[in-house]
Design a protein around this ligand. Structure first.
Ligand SMILES: C[S@@+](CC[C@H](N)C(=O)[O-])C[C@H]1O[C@@H](n2cnc3c(N)ncnc32)[C@H](O)[C@@H]1O
Length: 179
């Protein structure tokens, strides 16, 4: 059996990341501080300063991630003066300028959320998990996370078109997804 070694680096990521070699990391998964929220617990960054604050970190992550690696960023929009702030959108655009590809998006479904606190909006019961990669040919093991869909899957799958039955590599080129 292959031996797995674990080492933990405890500290400010802006310093600790400098100790990591270029192109050495398979997966980065982070939930940075919420903009201006829970600042006593997690440290808070003003929404207007969030992009400027995060870009040096994402630049280092781009350096240390392997070309086949993946970066998942858990981030949440904040409502300021009655409207949703755009710092998440702005961050995606700036990270693309840094060289990142924005490749996928997942949600963290928060099942204990309930509506009714505000008269002008519902309460989000999800947070974004944005996936970024350096190259189109990244590692992805979809089968490892698939779960049975239930009985209706048999009926649904009967109606699949021929094009749905094959994985489409046309937008990434050949060799995609190989371990
Ligand atoms: C939103 S919380 C994430 C909580 C985490 N997912 C958990 O389950 O505990 C943000 C975390 O980032 C940490 N943090 C803030 N600035 C940091 C930095 N510059 N380097 C490393 N960690 C930082 C905070 O201490 C906090 O634990």
């Amino acid at each position: 059996m292959k031996k797995t070694e674990t080492s933990l680096l405890l500290g400010d990521c802006r310093e600790e990341l400098k100790k990591l070699a270029d192109n050495s990391i398979d997966l980065v998964f982070t939930s940075p501080p919420y903009a201006d929220s829970r600042s006593n617990t997690y440290g808070g960054i003003s929404p207007d300063k969030y992009v400027e604050w995060f870009l040096p970190v994402s630049k280092e992550l781009l350096r240390v991630l392997k070309p086949t690696g993946t970066f998942v960023l858990n981030i949440k929009e904040k409502v300021v003066s009655g409207e949703r702030h755009t710092y998440v959108i702005e961050l995606i655009l700036e990270m693309k300028k840094q060289g990142w590809l924005w490749t996928e998006e997942f949600i963290w479904h928060k099942k204990n959320s309930y509506p009714g606190k505000w008269p002008n909006r519902f309460r989000d019961s999800w947070e974004r998990l944005l996936q970024f990669n350096k190259e189109k040919h990244f590692r992805m093991y979809q089968e490892e996370v698939m779960v049975p869909m239930g009985d209706w899957a048999g009926r649904r799958l009967k109606k699949l078109s021929e094009t749905d039955k094959v994985r489409d590599p046309s937008n990434v080129g050949s060799g995609f997804g190989k371990k």
